[in-house]
Write a protein that binds this ligand. Structure first.
Ligand code: CS2
Ligand code: MN
Length: 340
């Protein structure tokens, strides 16, 4: 596996130099976060990103995310144009040596939590989700959650547009998108890696479909291109307690192109919060997860996903330096023990 770390570019208070100092670090997971979905990524900006990362001895191995425009998810008439732009972006990312494009197909929202700084007993804090608090919680667009890209239409109008979109429609629109982009990805030598929905159930009345093993089966079935694959996120899929994560890793094997390692603790029905990576803190058995990756001979990028805020750090929710660096080191240690 290639140990990797997400970096938010200009808006990140963490520097590439700091990331390079984490033992075993190889890859940087980046994107051009200020560019709305549906717009071409300028070649100079990409070249500059690659150059900054290479200057510290790392490599831009994954782009997360190349966002899918809401009109594609909605199946609106202008989707062909938007898919064409997406194809051009794939080609550009291939040109600069990116191996994997991580994207998601969640309507309107990316990951969502009801508390961005839930206090844990040890004095750290972490992201928490409580389904019963959904309506009294933050406005994701005001909170500027980090995974969100700027929209070119108001969230309220989009919400309205999704009212008539069923899960079946979303599947059709995902297939249409994959049929539109996978050949280009094959030619560009780039893998498409669909991130599961987080949390993996409907929120705010909007459909969510990438939630469990049956859904991942279906993703691979609706388009059989080898460029069509998965981001396996233990934190997202683990929120559904009947998802058997190690078994799913063994099953989807070489169609997993990108590994996200995150541990969560369930405290009720659809109530969970994020915790440190080692298994004793939560319900994701990270050792078993890594054993499964070792068994399938995983060679792709693997990154700690969210971390807690520890040692008084403040920053982008879920994306501080310290706990993710500890997580990276834990993952590498277990991995080395399993594979050497
Ligand atoms: C990520 C994803 O920040 C995160 O938690 O795991 O939400 C990711 O950024 C996108 O969904 C991938 O498209
Ligand atoms: Mn993830």
């Amino acid at each position: 596996m290639e140990l990797s770390f997400r970096w938010y570019g200009e808006k990140d208070q963490i520097t590439l130099q700091q990331i390079a100092q984490i033992p075993g670090m190889v890859g940087v997971v980046g994107a051009l976060f200020d560019i709305p979905a549906g717009v071409l990524w300028p070649r100079e900006r990409l070249a500059d990103l690659v150059q900054q990362i290479e200057a510290v001895g790392l490599r831009l191995n994954v782009v997360e995310s190349l966002p899918v425009h809401e009109d594609i998810k909605l199946g609106r008439p202008n989707r062909d144009e938007l898919i064409e732009t997406y194809r051009q972006n794939i080609a550009r990312l291939g040109e600069v040596g990116v191996d994997v494009i991580c994207y998601n197909f969640m309507p309107l929202f990316d990951w969502f939590r009801t508390d961005l700084a839930f206090d844990l007993p040890d004095g750290s804090n972490a992201l928490l989700y409580d389904h019963s608090q959904l309506d009294n919680s933050l406005d994701p667009w005001e909170a500027e959650l980090p995974a969100y890209f700027p929209l070119d239409e108001s969230p309220d109008d989009l919400k309205e547009a999704y009212r008539n979109t069923t899960e079946a429609d979303l599947w059709d629109n995902l297939k249409y998108f994959l049929d539109g982009v996978c050949e280009t990805a094959e030619d560009a030598n780039v893998k498409m890696a669909l991130h599961p929905d987080d949390p993996p159930w409907s929120i705010f009345g909007l459909p969510r479909i990438i939630t469990d093993e049956a859904a991942l089966d279906k993703v691979l079935e609706i388009n059989t291109s080898p460029a069509n694959g998965l981001t396996f996120c233990t934190g997202s899929l683990g929120a559904k307690q009947d998802n058997d994560l190690p078994a799913m890793i063994r099953k989807f094997g070489d169609r997993i192109y990108f590994a996200h390692c995150r541990n969560i603790r369930h405290t009720g029905d659809k109530v969970f919060h994020e915790v440190a990576h080692p298994p004793q803190y939560g319900h994701v058995d990270m050792v078993e997860v890594l054993k499964a990756y070792a068994d399938i001979g995983f060679t792709g990028a693997l990154r700690p996903d969210h971390g807690r805020m520890i040692w008084g750090e403040e920053g982008i929710p879920g994306y501080g330096l310290y706990d993710r660096a500890l997580g990276a080191n834990y993952l590498l240690g277990v991995w080395d023990g399993l594979t050497n």
